[in-house]
Design a protein. Structure first.
Length: 234
C-alpha cells in the first residue's frame, strides 16, 4: 500500500494503529513520543506497520499519518469482542468468561468518537505525525462485566473466571493531549457523545431486538455509554 501511495501520488495516507503498540504501564499514560514496546504478535505487527509508515515518510517523503486508538465499542461490533459477547451471553443466560483476575484495565472509546477523530486527523493532522485517540474511560474488565450484567438485570453469578491469555497486558493508557489541542472534533473527545452516556440503555429494547431476530449473537442496538467507572465494586 505504501508503494501504491508513491506510485499513484496519493496526497494523504493514514495508518490506523492501536494503543497496544506501547505495551503495558502500571502508572501514567503513553504519549506519541513513548517507546513502542508491544507484547503480543498482534501488537508487534501493528507496531511494525507504524515503523514502515514512518520509514516511508523519512525516506521518500510519503504523506503519512498515524492514529493509535484505544478499545472501541458501539453498534454492529463483531460479536467475538468483549462488549457484544458479554451482552449476548448475558441475554442468553450463558457464562461471561473473564480472563485471569479481571483487573486488567482498558480505555473505552465510542466508535463514533473514534471515527470523528480519524476524519479530523486525516484532513488536518500534520504529515509524518502520530496521534493518540482515547475515550478517557479507563475501567477494569471485571467492573465492565459487572456493569453489563447490572444494566441487563442479570446475576453476577454468570461471571466465570478463566485462565489468563498469554501476554495479557495489564493496563493500557494513552495521553490524548495532542489530538485535543487543536484537532478534536468539537466536544466529542472532551465529553463523549452526549447521547451515549450509559453502557446499555433500555435493556428491554436490546433483549427484544435480539429475540425478534432469533439470533442472540447479532445485536442491532447500540452499546453506548461513557461513564464506565462508577461501579464501586470494581
Amino acid at each position: 500500500m505504501l508503494e501504491a501511495v508513491r506510485e499513484l501520488g496519493v496526497t494523504r495516507y493514514l495508518q490506523i494503529s492501536t494503543d497496544e503498540v506501547y505495551g503495558s504501564t502500571e502508572s501514567g499514560s503513553f504519549t506519541e513520543e513513548s517507546e513502542l514496546d508491544p507484547s503480543s504478535p498482534y501488537s508487534a505487527s501493528k507496531a511494525g506497520g507504524d515503523l514502515l509508515v514512518l520509514a516511508y515518510h523519512r525516506t521518500f517523503g510519503s504523506p503519512v499519518l498515524i492514529t493509535r486508538s484505544s478499545n472501541n465499542y458501539g453498534p454492529y461490533q463483531y460479536p467475538e469482542k468483549v462488549v457484544p459477547l458479554f451482552i449476548t451471553n448475558a441475554i442468553d443466560g450463558e457464562a461471561l468468561p473473564v480472563y485471569g483476575d479481571g483487573l486488567n484495565v482498558r480505555d473505552w472509546l465510542y466508535v463514533d468518537d473514534n471515527c470523528a477523530a480519524i476524519d479530523v486527523v486525516l484532513r488536518e493532522g500534520a504529515v509524518g505525525e502520530a496521534y493518540n485517540i482515547g475515550g478517557g474511560n479507563e475501567v477494569k474488565n471485571l467492573t465492565l462485566t459487572r456493569q453489563i450484567l447490572k444494566h441487563l438485570g442479570k446475576s453476577p453469578e454468570l461471571i466465570r473466571f478463566v485462565s489468563d491469555r498469554p501476554g495479557h497486558d495489564r493496563r493500557y493508557s494513552i495521553d490524548c493531549a495532542k489530538v485535543r489541542a487543536g484537532l478534536a472534533p468539537g466536544d466529542a473527545l472532551r465529553e463523549g457523545s452526549r447521547e451515549h452516556r450509559r453502557l446499555v440503555p433500555r435493556p428491554p429494547r436490546v433483549v427484544a431486538q435480539a429475540q425478534e431476530r432469533r439470533v442472540a449473537r447479532v445485536l442491532r442496538a447500540a452499546v453506548p455509554g461513557a461513564r464506565l467507572t462508577a461501579d464501586p465494586a470494581g
